[in-house]
Design a protein around this ligand. Structure first.
Ligand SMILES: Cc1cc2nc3c(=O)[nH]c(=O)nc-3n(C[C@H](O)[C@H](O)[C@H](O)COP(=O)(O)O)c2cc1C
Length: 361
């Protein structure tokens, strides 16, 4: 995997993967406006670098929910890693561990919670989709807690799946041998026709996922777990304030990589109002469009505690398994280290909003 930046990964992955799978990962909802904006919006932010700062001792480590990580870049939850690599989430977990950061395991994983947990001792988070059948969510949360995961990220932007036109065109389905693994042992799901479970992901999701989730459900989630709760998919100051009011431990500013409501702002542009509304009462993270270490520096300057990446590490996994995931993280780490040195920030604690400004035109 001979790449020197993250943009070089996607065309290589496109050559390697079947079109249906490539499109599933690359695609956004409808016109893909928000997906594209996530990346281009970083270009509207400029640095205000400081010179004559001693950057001979750089340190990129930070703490997230009390755990130390080597770099402020984590892996966002993405579904079904075995679509792109036979070891799937096991390779991803090892890649994150090798670079010293957090992997977030998706509800819609193709390897089980237990198998992924056994792979590394690094801190791992779990992404929860809430099911209409609350016992199904509880079934996942109890296992995650038992396996030592460090946080639950409840995804709140998916009452229904966004309309992803490439998937509709391709009739996206799971190839034989690949399954949504976490429900193998859930009694009630045994009644779901195998066809629906394995071949029609969007229909499965729309049938199972809760589309009546409201703020009172945070209390329910709190009642079934002691783990920190993060909400993934918040984009406004109003919801950020409500999240704090309901006692969440963290917020992930996200538009699902532009795969849900098309036309929402780039996440880097939604971040400042969320940070302001949260006012230090919870940790704020963001994902969407991070392709450069300098993007990470901009997000941290605007108040994110750390960022998450999605598609880039899936491409890395597709191209070279564990080593591919590690390489993606290490490219970003090196770029971030250089950007921080050039901006005059030896450590993460030195980064603040004085290092960025909006482009003037
Ligand atoms: C192929 C794919 C699958 C995803 N699956 C999930 C998922 O299961 N749960 C979830 O909360 N977000 C999911 N996401 C959204 C990511 O967590 C993240 O918000 C997004 O990928 C970040 O944008 P980026 O891809 O530009 O880095 C998925 C994204 C992609 C590309």
């Amino acid at each position: 995997m001979d790449v020197i930046n993250l943009d070089e990964l996607q065309p290589l992955a496109k050559e390697k993967l079947p079109q249906m799978i490539y499109d599933y990962i690359a695609g956004g909802a409808e016109d893909g406006i928000s997906m594209a904006e996530n990346e281009t919006a970083f270009g509207r932010i400029q640095f205000r670098p400081r010179m004559m700062v001693d950057v001979s001792q750089q340190n990129l480590s930070t703490e997230v929910l009390g755990d130390k990580i080597n770099l402020p870049i984590m892996l966002a939850p993405t579904a079904l890693h075995r679509l792109v690599h036979e070891e799937g989430e096991l390779a991803t977990a090892r890649g994150a561990h090798a670079q010293g950061t957090v992997m977030t395991l998706s509800t819609v994983a193709s390897q089980s919670i237990e198998d992924v947990a056994a792979e590394t001792e690094s801190p791992k988070w779990f992404q929860l989709y809430c099911f209409k059948d609350r016992d199904a969510s509880k079934f996942l949360v109890e296992r995650v807690e038992a396996q030592g995961f460090k946080a639950i990220c409840l995804t709140v932007d998916t009452p229904r799946m966004g309309r992803r036109e490439a998937d509709l065109r391709n009739g996206f389905h799971l190839p034989p041998g690949i399954e949504i693994k976490n429900f193998d042992t859930y009694e009630k799901f045994k009644d779901i026709e195998p066809e629906l479970r394995s071949t029609m992901v969007a229909a499965f999701v729309n049938m199972m996922f809760e589309n009546a989730l409201t703020w009172k459900d945070i209390e329910w989630l709190r009642s079934i777990t002691k783990l920190p709760i993060l909400l993934k998919g918040i984009l406004t100051r109003e919801d950020a304030a409500l999240a704090v009011k309901h006692g969440v431990d963290g917020i992930i500013v996200s538009n699902h990589g532009g795969r849900q409501l098309d036309g929402v702002p780039a996440t880097i542009e939604a971040l400042p109002e969320v940070v302001e509304a949260v006012s230090g009462k919870a940790e704020v993270f963001m994902d969407g469009g991070i392709r450069r270490g300098s993007d990470v520096l901009k997000a941290l300057a605007l108040g994110a505690k750390a960022v998450m990446i999605g598609r880039p590490y899936v491409w890395g996994l597709a191209l070279n398994g564990e080593a591919g995931v590690k390489r993606v993280l290490s490219i970003l780490q090196e770029e971030l280290e250089i950007a921080m040195a050039l901006a005059g920030c030896p450590t993460i604690a030195d980064i603040d909003s004085s290092f960025v400004q909006m482009r003037k035109n």
